[in-house]
Design a protein around this ligand. Structure first.
Ligand SMILES: NC(=O)c1ccc[n+]([C@@H]2O[C@H](COP(=O)([O-])OP(=O)(O)OC[C@H]3O[C@@H](n4cnc5c(N)ncnc54)[C@H](O)[C@@H]3O)[C@@H](O)[C@H]2O)c1
Length: 342
């Protein structure tokens, strides 16, 4: 397990580009976690970032020591992880895909600018539509795919486990089930592999007399899929659970934990899906994505995943990737795997 940086300092630097609801909540959760020694908030709205930084700094005497400041993209230099949460968020009734046109313009500007200052860190993308923008960030950065990660369905998987565990009256950490595919309306719940204590969910439910029928499963799927719409309708944004998910991914990177999390990454040759980013369970360590786990899905889930991939592909085909700043050539680092086929 890695607890120290290669230079033996403890000061992991995390740069957060986009200090709105998601970025600032992530900064707060990260500060409380004690994982980072340096947290820099970067936002087009400097005053907003400044206010967030003042507020965060006032928590320091009650939390863990860290250096927290408002910076600019040059402060991405030396960052171990650069979390990107800049761009427009969904308004009431908007889908994540509705944000694409605006947010690809933001990415065309900021990703090449970030990589001018940092070609060795890991890019962790949260901005929606996250699968498409993670793919765009991969293209725009020139980084190997293992170092460009989308937060993907980490959040949806947490929502699935939370709702299912509530139904079963169990600790959510003991309920294992995954949402894969798009972080969006076509996401795929993998009921066939859901388990409790290693027991397939159906066996667990049968032994305890708590079967979950087809209609109830559909209702749970709906609650997971529509959670963002429901929350945005009530409070205007979602940010706590995604921030916790981002901290969990960053923890696995900084501590090289080899944790398995459903992040979005480059897929090649899985159930005939190629050259797009979508979520599968992935092993995450100091190099980013070590491996993607190719789950053995049932026929219905395979079809649903292919449809989810087709949805992402259709939007990728519309994508206008035009870096506003010339790209730098990025050399692979020690630990980066051979490039995966596109
Ligand atoms: N991946 C997930 O699971 C997940 C969950 C929730 C929200 N999101 C997404 O995260 C993104 C941010 O959401 P939010 O609620 O924080 O929105 P927000 O509007 O509160 O914050 C966005 C911030 O980005 C900044 N910004 C815009 N353009 C910029 C640029 N070029 N450079 C630097 N900063 C820039 C804005 O000034 C603003 O402060 C949205 O796309 C949202 O849909 C993702």
């Amino acid at each position: 397990m890695k607890h120290f940086k290669r230079d033996n300092s403890l000061a992991f630097r995390i740069a957060i580009v986009g200090a709105g609801n998601v970025g600032s909540t992530f900064a707060y959760a990260l500060l409380l976690s004690g994982l980072a020694g340096e947290i820099v908030l970067i936002d087009a709205d400097k005053e907003r970032a400044e206010g967030e930084v003042m507020d965060l700094n006032h928590a320091l005497p009650l939390a863990r020591p860290a250096r927290v400041w408002q910076g600019n993209l040059a402060d991405c230099t030396g960052a171990d992880v650069i979390v990107v949460s800049a761009g427009a968020a969904q308004s009431k009734g908007e889908t994540r895909m509705d944000l694409l046109k605006h947010n690809i313009a933001v990415f065309n500007e900021i990703i090449p600018a970030i990589t001018r200052y940092n070609c060795e860190g890991i890019l962790l993308i949260a901005t929606n539509p996250v699968d498409i923008l993670s793919y765009a960030a991969w293209k725009l950065s020139g980084f190997p795919a293992n170092r460009v990660i989308g937060s993907g369905t980490v959040l949806d998987t947490a929502r699935f486990r939370s709702i299912l565990s509530n139904r079963l009256n169990l600790d959510p950490r003991n309920v294992h089930s995954y949402i894969i595919g798009e972080h969006g309306d076509s996401e795929v719940p993998v009921w066939s592999l859901a388990n409790v204590a290693g027991m397939p969910l159906e066996d667990y439910c049968m032994s305890l007399g708590c079967e979950i029928g087809k209609e109830e499963r559909e209702e749970i799927n709906r609650q997971v899929r529509d959670a963002a719409y429901e929350i945005i309708a009530r409070k205007g944004a979602t940010h706590f659970a995604v921030a916790a998910g981002l901290v969990r991914i960053v923890e696995s990177i900084l501590r090289s934990q080899n944790s398995i999390l459903t992040v979005s990454n480059l897929i090649s040759g899985y159930y005939d899906i190629n050259n797009i980013y979508l979520s599968l369970p992935a092993i995450i360590n100091e190099h980013g994505v070590r491996n993607l786990l190719e789950l053995n899905l049932n026929f219905k889930e395979q079809r649903a995943l292919q449809e989810s991939a087709a949805e992402i592909r259709a939007n990728l085909d519309l994508l206008d990737i035009h870096p506003l700043i010339p790209l730098r050539r990025v050399k692979p680092l020690h630990g980066d795997p051979e490039p995966r086929a596109e």
